[in-house]
Design a protein around this ligand. Sequence first.
Ligand code: FAD
Length: 374
Amino acid sequence: MHTVIVGGGVIGLATAWRALAQGLAVTVVDPEPASRASYASAGMLPPANEQLYDDEPLRRLYLASRDRYPSFVAELEEVSGRSTGHRRDGVLDVALDAAAVADLDRAHRFHKAHGIRTEALTAEECRVYEPRFAPSVRGGLLAPDDGAVDPRRLTAALLAAVERLGGTLVTDRVTDVLIEGRATGVRLAGGGTVTGDRTVLAAGCWTHLLGGLPPGVVPEIRPVKGQILRLRSEEPFLHRTTRGLAGGSAVYLVPRADGELVVGATYEERGYDTTVTAGGLAELLDKARAVLPEVTGLAFAEVSAALRPGSPDDRPLIGATSVPDLLLATGHFRIGVQLCAVTADALATVLSGDELPDAVRPFSPLRGDGVGTH
Ligand code: FAD
C-alpha cells in the first residue's frame, strides 16, 4: 500500500511518520516542507482553550491528543534521534482584569470536570512562580502537567523519522490531484506524477485550491493570519509557558530552553496576506509588556506571519472523502500542533484499513452538516 501525502507541515509529516510506523509506504510532496503555519507556530500545549468549553467532540479529540502527546514525542525522539523541545513543566494562565479572573474560574471548573490537574493561584503566588510579572496580575491558574513543544524541532524530527523509516520526500508543488473514479496520485508542477493507492491532502489553507478536485469534495479552508514575535535572552526569561488574559483576549509567552521567548499571536482574516505590520507587532509587544514589563529589554530575534487553516466550522477534517482513496487531514486552525498526534494516529489507522477511532469520527470530512463533503 503506497500513500501519497500532499503537504509536509506538522499534520502531513506526522501522518507520514505514523503510516510508515504501521508498515505502509509513503511519499510526501511539498515544495518547502515545514515552512508555513507549522514553522511560525508557538507550539503551546495548554490543557484546553475556550474553543473547547462548549464543543464536546472537539474537547474529546483535544484531550485524546493531549494524553497521547508524551508517548508520541518520546517515540519520535527515539526514532529520529532528535529533541522536539517538548516540555511538561506547566502552563500558567494569569488574569489581568476582572473578566479574566472570571474566565479563569470557568476554566478551573472545566479542568476539574475533565480530570485535568490545575491549581488556582493568588496574585502573590503567581509572582512567586514568576517574579517578573506585572503588579496588575490579579491571579492565575497553573496546569502542572501541560507545556509546549518547539514546532521547528518537532517538524525536523518528523522529517528525520520519515527518512529513517524509508519514506520518500518530493520537494515539488502539486498542481492537480489525479482522479479516475478514485484518487490515484498527484501531478507535479515540475512535470511528472506521483501515483499511489491512497492520497491524503494535508496542504493547510491551500488544500481546496489543488487542481482536479470535483466540486464540493474539499470545503474551503480559509487562511487565518497570525503574526508572532520571537525574542531572545542568554538565559530563559520565563520559567514556564504563560498566557496573559486581559480585555477578552490573550497573549501567550512560550520560553524555550535556549533563551528564545515566543510571543503570540494575532488573529486576522485578510485572505492569503502574510505581511508583518507595525500594528501587529505593537499589539504583541503591548500585550506582552502588560504581563512582563521587562520584556522590552530582550533582544529582538524574529517576527513572522503565517496562515492557520480554518475550515467552515473551525473544526478539523480528518479521514475519507466521497472520492474513493482520497482522504483529508486539514482545518486544524489554531490547535494543529496539539492535534497532530491524534490526527496522525487516526489517519494511519484508516490507511491501514481500519475504521476511524471513535474520538475522531465527528471530524470525518463526510460529516453531514454542510461542512464536509457529500
Ligand atoms: P501548514 O503548516 O500550513 O502546512 C501546509 C503545507 O502544505 C506547507 O508546508 C505547504 O508548503 C504545503 N503545500 C501547500 N500547497 C501545496 C501544494 N500545492 N503542493 C504541495 N504542498 C503544498 N497550534 C498549536 O497547537 N499550538 C500553538 O501554540 C499554535 N500557535 C500558532 C501560532 C501561529 C502564529 C500560527 C499561524 C499557528 C499556530 N498554531 C498553533 C496552529 C498550527 O500551527 C496549525 O494548526 C498547524 O501548523 C497546521 O499544520 P498543517 O500541516 O495543516 O499546515
